[in-house]
Design a protein around this ligand. Structure first.
Ligand SMILES: Cc1cc2nc3c(=O)[nH]c(=O)nc-3n(C[C@H](O)[C@H](O)[C@H](O)COP(=O)(O)OP(=O)(O)OC[C@H]3O[C@@H](n4cnc5c(N)ncnc54)[C@H](O)[C@@H]3O)c2cc1C
Length: 397
């Protein structure tokens, strides 16, 4: 059975479809481990085991494959909850959910090329996202990795992928590489199986924040992708292809969801800190202090706006709303607005929470470091502006 046929037996309209695997007990365990992973610069291995056991890897897969059948909106909601408990765990698992959401978005549009992703994810395989490369600011639209075709239609990939989240644990790696052909260059997209060899993780992740994602550099050394795992060959440069739309939509929405979850958590921490502290001058709890109240209220005003923005965008993808040439600027816009605003919210929470939040062991100070990563994910601030300017003003002459 294909994914598009299998989806009919999933109650994807139920509001809690995406939430079911994330019980309060699981989230509490994940939350308790987050500080330790950060301190030790360690991968979230125990979190992954819990999430796998709970069926979270099959969140977007149809019920026929043993999945939960979550839409993009439901996946976004679930990722916000996970990120509020443990940002780096959520960011790492996000890469897997990006690929499974891509498969779901395509299946919704009658394209079953990535059906195996949904099937294998529900069976416990872990998909990582091998797109970023050193010096390749064209991201999806070019590659400095070489793809060499073999006689059976499979490909060998050689190159370097950077920031590969889930490095210690992935079993499948979605990659793109550039093939030179007599008809010009092409980008070849496929999925490596780690068991086939040809990949080497450099173990070089040691960052300011999002430390548990363990997004090491990955060397591809003639790594083979089997013919049935080659999912697209596309021209170099921006192309209106459903795979590119699906990657863009899933990546920008789910990335923004992780950072939105951090913002929601920051407000809760600010409220807790304000109600714990008292003023010697007035004797009242600081949640009665006008400045503190203003800061926390301002933070929640920002969160309310970002959640409306995010959920509307996710729903538009699910409902296949046609935004025409404005789609890409809408998607990069939501990512840039949410990651930017989350930094503001965390700043306000730190200010409301007082000096105790500045200690290295406070959760808010960890969130402050984690949110700094938001600026480095695509779309960058400048590429989102360039995309918007092109949508509004036409391409640069
Ligand atoms: C927490 C986190 C997790 C991420 N997870 C993933 C993931 O799972 N999959 C994924 O595909 N991407 C991932 N990304 C990567 C992200 O999408 C960006 O590609 C990444 O942040 C690099 O940004 P940059 O190009 O601005 O960095 P830069 O600093 O410009 O470059 C990064 C590295 O490439 C080298 N470099 C830059 N230019 C050149 C050049 N011309 N020649 C040779 N070397 C060069 C730099 O020296 C540096 O080592 C993640 C990012 C973050 C922050």
């Amino acid at each position: 059975m294909t994914a598009s046929a299998a989806r009919d037996d999933v109650d994807a309209t139920a509001p809690d479809v995406g939430e079911r695997p994330l019980t309060d007990e699981l989230l509490a365990r994940v939350h308790d481990r987050a500080a330790g992973y950060d301190e030790a610069n360690a991968f979230f291995a125990e979190d992954l085991a819990d999430l796998r056991a709970a069926g979270y890897l099959g969140l977007c897969s149809p019920a026929a494959y043993g999945g939960a059948g979550a839409t993009l909106r439901q996946t976004s909601d679930a990722q916000r909850r996970l990120a509020a408990a443990a940002p780096a765990t959520a960011l790492g698992i996000n890469m897997h959910l990006v690929w499974t959401s891509v498969a779901r978005i395509l299946a919704d549009r009658g394209i079953d090329t990535l059906d195996f992703v949904l099937r294998e994810a529900a069976a416990g395989e872990l998909f990582a996202f091998g797109v970023s490369e050193p010096g390749n600011d064209l991201m999806l639209f070019d590659s400095v990795t070489t793809a060499r075709r073999e006689s059976d239609g499979g490909y060998r990939y050689t190159g370097r992928k950077i920031f590969t989240s889930l490095s210690p644990a992935w079993t499948r790696l979605g990659v793109h590489g550039r093939e030179e052909t007599p008809h010009g260059p092409r980008l070849v997209w496929g999925f490596l199986d780690r068991a086939d060899g040809g990949t080497r993780s450099l173990g070089d992740w040691n960052t300011l924040g999002m430390r548990a994602s363990q997004s090491h550099t990955t060397e591809l050394e003639d790594a083979r992708v089997r013919p049935d795992r080659i999912v697209a060959t596309l021209p170099v440069g921006p192309v209106p292809d459903p795979l590119i739309f699906a990657i863009f939509a899933a990546f920008e929405v789910l990335l923004a969801s992780v950072y939105a979850g951090i913002a929601e958590r920051a407000v809760i921490l600010a409220i807790e800190a304000a109600s714990r502290r008292t003023s010697r001058r007035s004797g009242a709890a600081l949640d009665q202090d006008p400045d503190t109240r203003y800061r926390i209220a301002e933070a929640q005003l920002l969160v309310d706006g970002m959640l409306a923005d995010l959920t509307a965008t996710a729903q538009d993808v699910d409902r296949q709303v046609d935004h025409g040439p404005r789609w890409f600027s809408r998607l990069s816009g939501v990512k840039v607005r949410v990651t930017r605003t989350t930094r503001e919210v965390v700043d306000l929470a730190l200010a409301a929470g007082g000096g105790a939040q500045f200690t290295r062991t406070s959760e808010l100070s960890r969130l402050y470091r984690d949110v700094a990563a938001g600026a480095y994910h695509p779309s960058s601030d400048s590429s989102a502006h360039a995309t918007m300017a092109t949508a509004l003003l036409g391409p640069l002459a």
